[in-house]
Design a protein around this ligand. Structure first.
Ligand SMILES: [Fe+2]
Length: 84
């Protein structure tokens, strides 16, 4: 699915902020994947140590965005309690 920037112009500010949070979450998750790939590929233990630290900080960033979405998107929050 492709995000349509033209339609975004018609969104209200509340939803624009939710889009910003969701897009940021996508980017944090992607960063975790990139770091993980580099951790697995590197044979330098000092570099791995730095990359592991950075990966785990991205996990914190992702968690903060999920928390924001839970606090600001009632349906998203409800699904945490009621999913199958
Ligand atoms: Fe981050």
């Amino acid at each position: 699915m492709t995000y349509n920037l033209n339609d975004a112009d018609k969104m209200d500010n509340e939803n624009k902020n939710l889009v910003r949070a969701r897009q940021s979450l996508i980017e944090e998750l992607d960063a975790i994947n990139v770091y993980e790939e580099r951790i697995q590929a590197s044979d330098d233990e000092a570099l791995k140590h730095v990359l592991i630290h950075n990966r785990d900080e991205e996990k914190e960033h992702a968690a903060m965005l999920v928390e924001y979405l839970r606090q600001n998107d009632a349906e998203f929050n409800r699904r945490f309690d009621e999913h199958d």
